[in-house]
Design a protein around this ligand. Structure first.
Ligand SMILES: Cc1cc2nc3c(=O)[nH]c(=O)nc-3n(C[C@H](O)[C@H](O)[C@H](O)COP(=O)(O)OP(=O)(O)OC[C@H]3O[C@@H](n4cnc5c(N)ncnc54)[C@H](O)[C@@H]3O)c2cc1C
Ligand SMILES: *[C@@H]1O[C@H](CO)[C@@H](O)[C@H](O)[C@H]1NC(C)=O
Ligand SMILES: *[C@@H]1O[C@H](CO)[C@@H](O)[C@H](O)[C@H]1NC(C)=O
Ligand SMILES: *[C@@H]1O[C@H](CO)[C@@H](O)[C@H](O)[C@H]1NC(C)=O
Length: 590
């Protein structure tokens, strides 16, 4: 069989691809094939990682025959929309749509009938619960040796489904929780041995709220995203993570000082400004799950400064009409002035909302002015905005603000209440685009953007979420040479449409929602500024030209680095760098 596969591979090879050279064949090794490792081999892997190998079942298996367990199932139902709990379950991912293997109609939802079979779907078959870099090395070498589909799974929060795959071996990084703060970090390999300032080194499994809370105890902060259970060191930062602190200090990747990782060959390497610079470049925006398994990241820390928080709700009665969309346009035309005042934040465009039995259409915005301690002058920035938008017929704009001694105090990340409100477990299919500061400052730009947003179909409860997380220092740091989509440096806002999928509509329903996003929503959003592209971590996984959309002019360099460090394609994520040679699930070469 091997020579035959080799030949097919060689014939299908695109010019410039190197596969075939290994003689590995066309597909990865899956359980039904003779190449699948024997029980003895799995046992040896288990022994080599101190007994941390787990045979994985989807969490929903306790709700189905013959393994139905009434108490366990009802407990599961209670936890199922808790994103913090889910982040620690290797047999789940946050968005249940990514548990389905559509090609085989396999899934195992707690909510589906007890007599429906529990299919493994895209939940890996084995998990290595890694606790040390050495464990990661063993898992990577095992997967490489046996030609297995390997998945790196941190929190499982990925909107693109990149932290799960059918018939795979999982590396579960959740338990690597070290956090080490220092006043003067010395990068590995820096010849003069001099420090580069204060920093924190975190293990691969550290989550955002854990890091914020630990830093807050020292009066510090760092540029990371705003969520409780998202990971700080995995897909978030490797994809170029955005942050409410971005406009204040720059993009999160501008402050990465060092990565430590396990390569596809199972070697431990350090990537920073002094060694393996190509990997260091790629891991700052090139995407998770692609270049290696990162086991620690060092980030700059800062003194956490006073912060002004403000919020507004643009409200019109009834379904979204002319006044509402005019308000959406005016609101966008003021984003540059909010940004000029140092603002960052988020806004939720919610037309046709059912509120206490009535229809209302709302834009709910929250803003952070990090480093400001002058609430009155921030309020003054909003005065003309509020009065201009309220001059539209039927539009009301309640506004509120307060000042706090730290940014942390405005983020509401403290304590159990934050954990419970962590959210994000609704199955959402995203499509998105970045929009430039230039567009928003132009005469017709805000109108064209509002028009596009108004053309999306909201009849199924869909919303659009704006992220004012660019501009300011993110733009000023355009000299930072990293893989991050260059459009981030020109952008002011990132807008994502979030479509719901209901479990009961099954794989066919899912396909329908995905098609709507890819064929209707994204083209509408993209037409406003075709060259801008999108943020890889909050986007449509079926982007037809993902290379240009997610990485722009950086793609060719990224592909060269991928081929150098992972010539066999051990690490695969859909729509990731180098993924074009593989099928949908990364199981067979095209
Ligand atoms: C509620 C919520 C809030 C969010 N808020 C923000 C935000 O404020 N800013 C923002 O930019 N994004 C935000 N995101 C998006 C977030 O960046 C992505 O979901 C991201 O993929 C999460 O990374 P993870 O490591 O936690 O998740 P996972 O799903 O576990 O991993 C994501 C990807 O990274 C890979 N990966 C994970 N760990 C490693 C590792 N150690 N080495 C190599 N590859 C790895 C995985 O293989 C996968 O491809 C949010 C998402 C949610 C659900
Ligand atoms: C791995 O070893 C541990 C400890 O001996 C054991 O509990 C576990 O079941 C083993 N895993 C598998 C998949 O056999
Ligand atoms: C898919 O599986 C579900 C539940 O297991 C079943 O109800 C449904 O009929 C199946 N659909 C197809 C197209 O086979
Ligand atoms: C906006 O509406 C939300 C939801 O009703 C509410 O919690 C919030 O306090 C409102 N903000 C302002 C400024 O009115």
């Amino acid at each position: 069989m091997r020579p035959f596969f080799f030949l097919t591979g060689a014939l299908l090879a695109l010019p410039g691809t190197i596969f075939g050279a290994s003689g590995r064949g066309h597909c990865r090794c899956t359980p039904e094939k003779p190449c699948w490792p024997s029980t003895t081999k799995w046992r040896a892997l288990n022994d080599s990682i101190d007994g941390n190998l787990l045979s994985l079942k989807p969490v929903g298996y306790v709700c189905h025959n013959p393994t139905y367990d009434e108490e366990a199932c009802s407990n599961l139902m209670k936890m199922n929309d808790n994103s913090l709990w889910k982040s620690g379950e290797p047999g789940a991912v946050l968005s249940p749509n990514w548990e389905i293997w559509p090609e085989r109609n396999e899934s195992c939802f707690a909510e589906s009938p007890r007599n429906a079979p529990c299919g493994q779907g895209r939940i890996p078959i084995y998990s290595t619960i890694v606790r040390t870099p050495f464990h990661i090395q063993r898992a990577v070498r095992f997967a490489d040796k046996h030609n297995l589909r390997l998945v790196i799974r941190n929190t499982g929060h990925d909107y693109l489904g990149r932290s799960a795959a059918p018939e795979s071996l999982q590396i579960f990084t959740h338990h690597m929780k070290d956090m080490d703060f220092t006043d003067d970090f010395v990068p590995d390999g820096k010849k003069d041995g001099k420090g580069v300032g204060e920093a924190v080194t975190i293990g691969a499994g550290v989550q955002l709220a854990e890091l914020y809370r630990a830093a807050n105890k020292l009066g510090k902060t760092q540029v990371i995203g705003l969520a409780v259970s998202v990971g700080a060191a995995g897909g978030y930062i490797q994809g170029g993570g955005h942050s409410p602190l971005g406009p204040w200090k720059g993009s999160s990747i501008d402050h990465v000082l060092e990565y430590k990782l396990v390569t596809a060959k199972g070697k431990l390497v350090t990537a920073n400004e002094y060694q393996n610079q190509d990997l260091f470049w790629a891991l700052r925006g090139g995407g998770g799950g692609t270049f290696g398994v990162v086991y620690s990241v060092t980030l700059r820390t800062f003194k956490d400064p006073p912060t002004v928080f403000s919020a507004l709700n643009i409200t019109t009665g009834g379904t979204a009409g002319e006044s509402y969309w005019n308000a959406v346009e005016k609101f966008h035309s003021y984003l540059p002035s909010i940004s000029d005042a140092g603002g960052s934040g988020y806004y939720y465009i919610i037309p046709d909302l059912d509120f206490e039995g009535q229809k209302v259409s709302v834009v709910a915005g929250i803003f952070y002015f990090v480093g400001r301690d002058d609430k009155e002058s921030v309020d003054k920035v909003f005065e003309p905005i509020l009065s201009d938008i309220e001059s539209l017929p039927g539009v009301y704009v309640p506004y509120d603000s307060f000042q706090a001694p730290s940014s942390f105090a405005t983020f509401q990340l403290d304590g159990e209440a934050a954990d419970e409100a962590a959210g994000g477990a609704d199955p959402s299919i995203l499509g998105s685009r970045l929009y430039s500061e230039k567009l928003l400052r132009s005469k017709n730009g805000p109108g064209r953007l509002a028009k596009a947003i108004s053309q999306l179909d909201y009849s199924d409860g869909t919303i659009a979420i704006g992220h004012l997380v660019a501009g300011g220092q993110v733009s000023k740091n355009r000299h930072v040479d990293a893989a991050l989509n260059p459009s981030w440096r020109d952008a002011l806002t990132h807008i994502a449409v979030s479509r719901k999928w209901t479990l009961s509509s099954g794989p066919a329903g899912l396909r329908q929602v995905q098609k709507k996003v890819t064929n209707e929503d994204v083209p509408i959003l993209a037409a406003v500024e075709p060259h801008m592209g999108a943020y890889v971590n909050e986007a449509d996984v079926n982007e037809p030209q993902f290379q240009r959309t997610f990485w722009g002019s950086n793609y060719p360099r990224l592909l060269r680095i991928k081929r150098k460090w992972d010539p066999e394609g051990l690490f695969f994520v859909k729509s990731g760098v180098g993924s074009e040679g593989w099928d949908e699930q990364g199981l067979c070469r095209r």
